[in-house]
Design a protein around this ligand. Structure first.
Ligand code: GDP
Length: 296
C-alpha cells in the first residue's frame, strides 16, 4: 500500500506523543529526530527534510502548544498541516483552455507509465463527459502506438496516429487539427520517452510544445524511484516548464520520497496519482488526504 513504510514509522513516533498530558522541549526534539530519520529513510530530499523539521519544531515549542491540554495531538496536527503544504497545500486542478480543445502533453522517461497514464486520463475525462482524443506521438518505442490503440479501444476513445514514419511534431500538429475538426475538447499527446534524460529528446519535446502550445505539460514519473523521480522532474522542468506532475505506481510506493519532495524541489504541483495497472486506477492528487493517509 502507498506510503506504508513511512506511515508505520511516523505512527510509532506519534503514538508516544499522543497520550502525553505534558510535552517537554526534549520530547519534541526527540520526536523530531525520529521524524527526520523516518523521512530520510523514505527517500525524501535532505534539504526538504531539513526545512520541514525546522518549521515543525518552531511551531511546536511555542507556549500555546506546550500549555494545551493535548500537546501531542497539537503537534501531530502541525505535522499534518506541514506535510499537506509540502505536497502542494490543495488539489491542483487540470488547466482548461478558454477555447477548446485543451491540449495536454504527456512527457517522461520510458517505463514511467506515460502511455497507460494517457489512457487513464482520457478515461477520467470521459467520466466528466468530455471527448478526449489520444495522439500517438511516441514513434520510437516499438509497441507504443499499438499499446495506445488498444487502450483507446478499451475505453472507446479515438486514437490519432500517422504510424512511425512521420515526425512527432507533425503528428502532434495534425492530431490537434483532427481534434478541432471532430469536436474533441481534450487532446492528450503521448510523447516519446528515453531511458535517461537526453538533449535530443528535450529538443523534440520543445518543438512539439512550440507547435501545439499546450495548456498542460504533465510529467509522468514513477514514484517508486524516489529521488531519481525528483531529479528527472528537475531536468524536465529546466528545459520544458512543466505545469504538473503525475506520480505513477503509488500502489507500490511504500516510502513516499517522491510524493513528499517533488513539489518542494521543483515548484511543480502534483496533479494526479495512479495506483494500479487498471484503467480507472487514477485519481486527482489531494495533498491533505495524502498527509492524513501517511499519519494514519
Ligand atoms: P511508458 O514507457 O512511460 O509509456 O510506460 P507504460 O505506460 O508502458 O507503463 C510501464 C509499465 O508500468 C506498464 O507495465 C504499466 O502497466 C505499469 N504501470 C503504469 N502505471 C502503473 C501504476 O500506477 N501502478 C502499477 N502497479 N503499474 C503501473
Amino acid at each position: 500500500m502507498a506510503f506504508e513504510g513511512l506511515s508505520t514509522r511516523l505512527q510509532n513516533v506519534f503514538s508516544k506523543l499522543r497520550g502525553k498530558g505534558k510535552v517537554s522541549e526534549d520530547d519534541v526534539a526527540q520526536a523530531m529526530r525520529e521524524v527526520r530519520l523516518a523521512l530520510l529513510e523514505a527517500d525524501v530530499n535532505f534539504k526538504v527534510v531539513k526545512d520541514f523539521i525546522a518549521k515543525v519544531k518552531e511551531k511546536s515549542v511555542g507556549k500555546e502548544v506546550m500549555d494545551s491540554f493535548t500537546p501531542g495531538m497539537v503537534i501531530i496536527d502541525i505535522v499534518n498541516k506541514e506535510l499537506t503544504e509540502l505536497m502542494g497545500g490543495s488539489q491542483a486542478k487540470l488547466a482548461k483552455a478558454n477555447k477548446p480543445p485543451t491540449v495536454i502533453m504527456m512527457v517522461g522517461l520510458q517505463g514511467a507509465g506515460k502511455t497507460t497514464t494517457s489512457g487513464k486520463l482520457a478515461k477520467l475525462l470521459q467520466k466528466q463527459n468530455h471527448r478526449p482524443l489520444l495522439v500517438a506521438g511516441d514513434i520510437y518505442r516499438p509497441a507504443a502506438i499499438k499499446q495506445l490503440q488498444i487502450l483507446g479501444e478499451q475505453i472507446k476513445a479515438p486514437v490519432f496516429t500517422l504510424g512511425d514514419q512521420t515526425s512527432p511534431v507533425e503528428i502532434a500538429k495534425q492530431g490537434l487539427q483532427h481534434a478541432k475538426d471532430n469536436g474533441n475538447d481534450y487532446v492528450i499527446i503521448d510523447t516519446a520517452g528515453r531511458l535517461h534524460v537526453d538533449e535530443e529528446l528535450m529538443e523534440e519535446l520543445r518543438q512539439i510544445h512550440a507547435n501545439v502550445n499546450p495548456d498542460e505539460v504533465l510529467l509522468v514519473v514513477d514514484s517508486m524511484t524516489g529521488q531519481d523521480a525528483v531529479n528527472v522532474a528537475e531536468h524536465f522542468n529546466s528545459s520544458l516548464e512543466l505545469t504538473g506532475v503525475v506520480l505513477t505506481k503509488l500502489d507500490g510506493d511504500t516510502r513516499g520520497g517522491a510524493a513528499l519532495s517533488v513539489k518542494a524541489v521543483t515548484g511543480c504541483p502534483i496533479k494526479f496519482a495512479t495506483l494500479g495497472e487498471k484503467l480507472d486506477a487514477m485519481e486527482p492528487f489531494h495533498p491533505e488526504r495524502m498527509a492524513s493517509r501517511i499519519l494514519g
